[in-house]
Design a protein around this ligand. Structure first.
Ligand SMILES: NC(=O)c1ccc[n+]([C@@H]2O[C@H](COP(=O)([O-])OP(=O)(O)OC[C@H]3O[C@@H](n4cnc5c(N)ncnc54)[C@H](O)[C@@H]3O)[C@@H](O)[C@H]2O)c1
Ligand SMILES: O=C(O)CC[C@@H](O)C(=O)O
Length: 534
């Protein structure tokens, strides 16, 4: 029987659906064209959701998605998914960033050529029988030697640049992450600002994500920087252009026309002002990624990513989590288990509402990417005080922030007696609660509890008894367990260097009854009694 139910709510390629359904752990329902209220009704039944851009994954949908663990976006832009609400609800969001790059670059290029040569309006006139008139009306613009500004030199922007160079255009690019070395390699001029890129440009093409920073990145002032007769191409996201400003710039004759695949509101209203244009214009209905090849690529990629997430725990192309490939997942698996145990133990040892959790790494481990290990410790710490399933590795940092709990990580070069050591310390004011563990072979062990050095596996049911270090205490504890018919499976003793405190870690075969715990806690000389299921 399949363990995970995945809903595909927008059309993706058949091969993608097949790749998901082939995993015995997964059952797939394809239900496209759902109304928002229909999605709300059924989303609670699913662990995974696959969307393109039609489905709006709002905060309301996420609140109703009580079993949802992962959303896969068959495409690049994730602006139809509420990222914050996804993270708050502990839902991983993954996209498929590479599958539609070439198709979208080709579409943007097609749009530029079409607008330059009036392909769309001329075609419409030919169909109306106006062949001769159209031949006179539609004088085009040659692209050879023209200056092209690219805003956003990521995957699609870079592919566009290569094609433009083949057309002998001069390319200038602005992207906050574009280095001079990379610009030289791509043979493009590096602009330091969007204004610098646009100044004197004959064409601009946009390839940036839509964010609050990039909203209306192309506005009245920036359009004015371009050469008279320039063209505007947008195959990224509608909100990047102030459409009112664009229409005004075209009406004034400063901008010749535009080629748009995307609109501020999709679908755009029938009385959209840009629909009035009849020269140097081409408008397509968000078709950038609509090729057989791109849809097959993103469909298969999203399916494989979701399948691997559910089956092996691999995290690929997540936008709200660090990535974790299957090999790394397997390699760091014991550290994740150890961190979980340390977090759980700290939850028992530490106070309510701690100020901070500090996880430090010693030895070889200090050289590795330990972000996920620290997150796992934090998740286990928070889980202890919250109902099942509310906290997970995705939302733990956000929940910690809400609680005013700082998570810090450090790496320490000082030698310890272990080749690798993970130390987790909880702080509240001046108080410190510290536990540490290591991996011996592939087996995680807890080796320190508040400066008492122990050796404890992390599987089983444990009783921790801390007492004054004086004769007879182990006997007292052993007798109390025997009287309560609790069998001891394993036992480890530790004491402080000054011989004032001692700790007995006892692995037991059955759950110690409350009466036993109360008896131990009221025994003179016993300082602390904790139980822990690992
Ligand atoms: N029309 C379609 O069907 C279609 C298809 C695919 C992608 N897209 C859209 O195209 C856009 C680009 O996709 P991509 O795969 O190339 O993404 P990408 O992440 O590879 O590239 C985006 C680039 O934009 C840069 N950037 C971010 N903020 C910027 C800013 N303020 N100014 C300039 N550059 C900035 C980033 O550094 C990055 O290099 C996305 O918005 C995506 O949603 C549309
Ligand atoms: O799903 C689509 O066709 C659109 C995809 C595109 O907008 C993207 O951002 O990848």
């Amino acid at each position: 029987m399949a363990t995970y139910r995945v809903l595909v709510s927008d059309p993706i390629s058949e091969k993608g659906v097949e790749a998901l359904a082939a995993a015995p752990e997964i059952s797939v329902d394809v239900k496209t064209g759902l109304k928002p209220e229909e999605l709300l009704k059924i989303i609670g039944d699913y662990h995974g959701l696959v969307v393109r851009s039609e489905t709006k994954v709002t905060a309301e949908v996420l609140a109703a998605a009580t079993n949802l663990k992962a959303i896969g976006r068959a495409g690049v832009g994730v602006d139809n998914i509420d990222r914050k609400a996804s993270t708050d609800h502990g839902v991983i969001v993954m996209n498929t960033p590479t599958g539609n790059t070439i198709s979208t670059a080709e579409h943007a290029f097609t749009l530029m050529l079409s607008a330059a040569r009036n392909v769309a309006p001329a075609h419409a006139e030919v169909l109306k029988g106006n062949f001769k008139a159209a031949r006179k009306a539609y004088q085009g613009i040659e692209l050879n030697t023209k200056r092209l500004a690219i805003l956003g030199m990521g995957r699609i922007g870079t592919e566009f640049a290569k094609r433009a160079q083949a057309f002998n255009m001069t390319v200038v690019a602005y992207d906050p992450f574009l280095t001079q070395a990379r610009a030289d390699e791509l043979k493009v001029e590096l602009a330091k600002t969007p204004d610098e890129a646009l100044k004197g440009a004959d064409v601009v093409t946009l390839h940036v994500p839509l964010t609050p920073d990039t909203n209306h990145i192309l506005n009245t002032e920036r359009l004015a920087l371009m050469n008279k007769g320039a063209l505007v191409v947008n195959c990224a996201r509608g909100g990047l252009i102030d459409e009112v400003a664009l229409k005004a710039a075209i009406d004034s004759g400063h901008i010749a026309g535009c080629a748009l695949d995307v609109f501020e509101v999709e679908p755009p209203p029938n009385d959209h002002p840009l629909f009035e244009l009849n020269k140097h214009v081409v408008l397509t209905p968000h078709l950038g990624a609509s090729t057989n090849e791109a849809q097959e690529n993103v469909g298969i990629q999203v399916a494989e990513q979701l399948r691997d997430f559910f089956v092996t725990g691999e995290i690929k192309n997540a936008i709200n989590m660090p990535s974790l490939d299957a090999a790394t997942r397997a390699a760091i698996g014991p550290y994740l288990d150890l961190a979980g145990a340390l977090g759980k133990l700290l939850a028992k040892l530490g106070p309510e509402n701690p100020d901070s959790l500090r996880v430090s790494y010693h030895g070889e481990l200090a050289k590795k990417d330990t972000g996920l290990v620290s997150r796992t410790a934090l998740t286990a710490l928070l889980e202890a005080s919250r109902p099942d399933g509310q906290v997970n590795i995705v939302n733990a940092p956000a929940i910690a922030t809400q609680l005013g709990l700082d998570l810090t990580e450090s790496t320490i070069n000082a030698k310890t007696e272990f080749s690798e050591l993970v130390v987790a310390e909880l702080r509240k004011g001046e108080d410190r609660y510290r536990v540490a563990g290591t991996i011996i072979g592939r087996s995680p062990r807890i080796v320190e509890i508040d400066r008492l050095y122990v050796d404890c596996a992390i599987k089983g049911r444990f009783l921790f008894v801390e007492n004054d270090d004086r004769p007879g205490m182990v006997g007292v504890v052993g007798t109390a367990l025997g009287d309560a018919s609790v069998n001891i499976a394993n036992m480890d003793l530790a004491r402080t260097a000054d011989r004032t405190r001692a700790l007995t870690v006892i692995e037991v075969d059955s759950e110690p009854p409350t009466s036993l715990l109360e008896k131990l806690r009221s025994t003179p000389g016993i300082l602390r009694v904790l139980t822990l299921d690992l």
